[in-house]
Design a protein around this ligand. Sequence first.
Ligand code: CP
Length: 318
Amino acid sequence: MKNFLSVNDAGNINNLVKTALNFKKNPLASYALGKGKRMGLMFLNPSMRTRLSTQIAAQNLGMEVIVFNAGQDGWSLEFEEGAIMNGSTAEHVKDAAPILGKYFDILGVRTFPSLKNREEDYSEKIIQQFVKYSGIPIVSLESATVHPLQSLTDIITISERLPVKAKPKVVLTWAPHVKPLPQCVANSFSQWINAWGQTEFVIANPAGYDLDTNFTNGAVVTNDQAQALKDADFVYVKNWSSYKDYGKIIPVEDDWMLTKNKLAVTNNARVMHCLPVRRNVELSDEVLDSSNSLVTEEAGNRVWAAQAVLADILNGLL
Ligand code: CP
């Protein structure tokens, strides 16, 4: 692959999963692959898991890694074409990105959506400008609409626990939160699960929280959480703000937090969340601290997902 921006760059998902699980067994198997190569990890927004797991993955492949917290350490970037830069932004992406292209062989970029302008966010204007101006492979560390390294991780985690049945049931359920969050993780999870095509996939969310159908087409979407959870093998919990009333929190009357009681109707479902999680808001302590929870295992798999993707990109640079 040249860039890794969404499931559309992934090729055969099962091959990527297989590569990732091979790296999990033998992390340094391809240590020579990245020798003499340098990766930049540029964060315009906060991160713990993505930052550390991608750094470890690149180092396992023999690469040198430099992390740059652009939001704090760098000049504030301008992304508007033709901008008259007499305000707060100090450097245009079309000046900065080519320089990053000189310093690095691969660049990872994290950039969140504004949640103010849907059209602009959904055009992926920011990450696309790094693709356009850097001249090197770009890896999404989460962009305005998707989080592909997280989604590949989620499929790896499900694959490891796949029950022996024709179509295991996977439920993505909305959860409450105290602030408006992007739709990225939910969009991306939906897109990857649909493309993978190996599960029955149901999305449960309150009225007003339907995701963009470009990502969810192929899934059953319902406002009935209890019905959705029935016989589920995997329950993925995530908050997102409204897509329709873009970026807003629409008041919800019912209690959508996932609790142990609610899991009773599932097939002893494994519970997933990308983290960070707001305990006793999105998920109850009793679920997170139970043996049903896969969240730590899932976050651990972030390394192998990133390593599979970086190895594929490095192979293309040979
Ligand atoms: N899940 C995830 O992307 O975590 P971070 O925001 O800590 O990277």
